[in-house]
Write a protein that binds this ligand. Structure first.
Ligand SMILES: O=C(NC/C=C/[C@H]1O[C@@H](Sc2ccncc2)[C@H](O)[C@@H]1O)c1cc([N+](=O)[O-])cc(O)c1O
Ligand SMILES: [Mg+2]
Length: 214
């Protein structure tokens, strides 16, 4: 049967990237998506903004919602100091299988814990599963209609603290209107928009960074 796009993306990584070199894995995926097949990775332009926020926060505990092929997982994990932990949630077993291999190829498996399951089910289990008290940083890049319910769940489970940073992809395209309205109008958040472009295109998109105020 025909391979899937994530499988073809993984093949490109295994054939062209340097094993153990996260930057070359990132560059290989970006090249593949620009010149072979578009894929919904956060990409290089928004990825640089993601990098700068991760470096600014330098989180001890980080959560990613929506692993897909592991591109942003590698971007985040490569910037985390030893002893820190990135937990990434993925719902689709086929995507999770590809992501595990991409993360492993980049040599970052010791910094990443990929959990297969839906954010709605897994978020309430974070404390008991990982001994997490609160998350310093959360990257949202999963189903767009799950952004709002999932941050309300994080709040409800006391997994956010004063100063926790949320960074959301695709707030313009495909768009997350309810989420945006909430974080921009809630007294519990201070939000700012980083204007950019939809990965590998000229279409406008951007990232929304929101600080939880408690
Ligand atoms: O749809 C988009 N992303 C949805 C991503 C979804 C990812 O997260 C889980 S769902 C899940 C994971 C965890 N918990 C619950 C559900 C899916 O299996 C997929 O791996 C998207 C679309 C475009 N675009 O241009 O159309 C551009 C983008 O950057 C995008 O992120
Ligand atoms: Mg996205």
């Amino acid at each position: 049967t025909r391979s899937t796009r994530p499988q073809r993306l993984l093949k490109a990584v295994q054939e062209k990237a340097m094993k153990g070199d996260p930057q070359s894995v990132i560059s290989t995926i970006d090249y593949f998506c620009r010149h072979s097949e578009w894929a919904m990775n956060v990409g290089d332009e928004k990825g640089s903004i993601l990098d700068s926020v991760v470096c600014e926060v330098s989180p001890t505990t980080a959560l990613e919602l929506g692993t897909y092929c592991g591109y942003s997982t590698v971007r985040i994990a490569r910037l985390l100091p030893p002893g820190t932990q990135l937990i990434t949630l993925e719902f689709n077993p086929a995507f999770a299988a590809v992501a595990r291999q991409v993360i492993e190829y980049a040599g970052l498996h010791n910094k990443v814990c990929l959990v297969e399951g839906a954010s709605g089910d897994m978020i309430p289990k974070m404390r008991e599963m990982f001994g997490i008290k609160t998350f310093d940083f959360v990257f949202l890049d999963h189903w767009k209609d799950r952004y709002l319910p999932d941050i309300k769940l994080l709040e409800g489970c006391q997994l956010l603290r004063k100063g926790s940073i949320l960074l959301a992809d695709n707030v313009i395209c495909p768009g997350t209107p309810e989420y945006l309205e909430y974080v921009r109008n809630s007294p519990h958040y201070k939000s700012m928009y980083y204007k950019s472009h939809l990965e590998y295109t000229k279409v406008e998109d951007g990232l929304e960074k929101s600080v939880f105020l408690g």
